[in-house]
Design a protein around this ligand. Structure first.
Ligand code: DHB
Ligand code: FE
Length: 286
C-alpha cells in the first residue's frame, strides 16, 4: 500500500527563480532563505519519496478569472510550465502519475468533493519554484499530482474545507494498492499582500501562530473566516489554504522536524517547514 512519509511546505515567490538562475543563493539577502533548505535536502535524501502531491494555487497561467475552479486535480503523465512574465527561465516539466491521480480523483468525488479533473494542466511558479528548491540543479526525481486550490478569486474555500479536502486525499493515498512513498507539499504564504493600500503587509505574530497550531491543532485554525484570514495574513497570505490542505493529507502522528522563517523575500514573509508523518499503530487505512 502507499504510505504518506511526511511533507514540506514553502513559500513560492517567483524572484527565488531569478536568484537561482543568477546563482545568488549565498548573497546576504538570499542566504537566510536558501540555508533553510539544507535540512529539506537531507530529509528528502533519507525519505526517498516516489510521488509528491502538491497543493498550490495557480496565478493565471492555467486558470484565469473567466473560469476558476475551487479545487482542481491534475490527471496527466506530464505537466509543462510556460513563461508567466516574471523574467525567470521557463522551468523543466514535471512528470505525473495519471493512474495515481485518478485514484485520488475517484476517492475525492466519492467523498462529495466536486473537483475539476485536468488531463492537461500547466504548472506555474507555485509548483516549479518549490520543486526547484527541493531538488536544486537536478531532474526532479519524483512524479507529482498537482492539486490546485483557488486562493485568487473570492469566494475562496474555507480553512476547514481545505483541511477536509486534504484529509480525503490522505485517505485516498493510504488506500492505493501500489507501494508508493508519497510526500505532500503545500506552497505559498506565509503573510503577504502584493497590492492595495496594505501592499507589503506581513504579520509575524499570526504566521507564528499558524506554524505552531498547524502541527497538532489544525482544527483550531478553522475558526478564522476567509475575511479574517485576509485581514490577518494579507490578501495573498490566504495561500495558507494550501498549507492546511497539505496538513490534512497527513493522517498519522505529525511532528515538526524543521522550521525556517525569514522576512522578507520580495514582499513575503518566507517560511519553509518539514513535517514527519508517523502512521499510528493499529489504525487501519480508510
Ligand atoms: C510574490 C509572492 C507570491 O506568492 C507570488 O505568487 C508572487 C509574488 C512576492 O512576494 O513578490
Ligand atoms: Fe503566490
Amino acid at each position: 500500500m502507499a504510505s504518506i512519509i511526511g511533507g514540506v511546505a514553502t513559500t513560492h515567490v517567483p524572484s527565488i527563480g531569478k536568484a537561482i538562475a543568477d546563482k545568488k543563493q549565498n548573497d546576504p539577502y538570499w542566504a537566510p532563505f536558501f540555508r533553510g533548505f539544507d535540512y529539506v535536502h537531507q530529509w528528502l535524501a533519507r525519505a526517498k519519496p516516489d510521488v509528491a502531491v502538491v497543493f498550490y494555487n495557480d496565478h493565471g497561467l492555467n486558470f484565469f478569472l473567466d473560469k476558476l475552479p475551487t479545487f482542481a486535480v491534475g490527471a496527466a503523465d506530464e505537466y509543462r510550465s510556460e513563461d508567466e512574465g516574471w523574467g525567470i527561465p521557463v522551468s523543466q516539466a514535471a512528470r505525473g502519475d495519471a493512474a495515481f491521480s485518478w485514484h485520488l480523483i475517484n476517492t475525492l468525488v466519492a467523498d462529495d468533493f466536486d473537483i475539476t479533473m485536468c488531463q492537461d494542466m500547466l504548472i506555474d511558479h507555485a509548483v516549479t519554484i518549490p520543486m526547484s528548491l527541493m531538488w536544486p540543479g537536478a531532474t526532479w526525481p519524483v512524479k507529482i499530482v498537482p492539486v490546485e486550490i483557488n486562493t485568487v478569486q473570492h469566494p475562496l474555500p474555507s480553512l476547514g474545507r481545505c483541511l477536509k479536502l486534504g484529509r480525503s486525499i490522505g485517505r485516498a493515498i493510504e488506500s492505493y494498492p501500489q507501494d508508493l512513498r508519497v510526500m505532500v507539499v503545500g506552497t505559498g504564504g506565509l503573510s503577504h499582500q502584493l497590492d492595495g493600500t496594505r501592499a507589503g503587509f506581513v504579520n509575524k505574530e499570526f504566521d507564528k501562530l499558524c506554524m505552531d497550531k498547524i502541527v497538532n491543532e489544525p482544527d483550531a485554525l478553522t475558526r478564522y473566516s476567509i475575511h479574517e484570514l485576509v485581514e490577518l495574513s494579507g490578501s495573498q497570505g490566504v495561500e495558507f489554504l494550501n498549507w492546511m490542505a497539505m496538513r490534512g493529507a497527513m493522517t498519522g502522528h505529525v511532528s515538526e522536524l524543521h522550521r525556517n522563517y525569514h522576512i522578507p523575500i520580495s514582499n513575503t514573509a518566507a517560511a519553509t517547514v518539514v513535517y514527519g508523518n508517523k502512521k499510528e499503530a493499529g489504525r487501519k487505512a480508510a
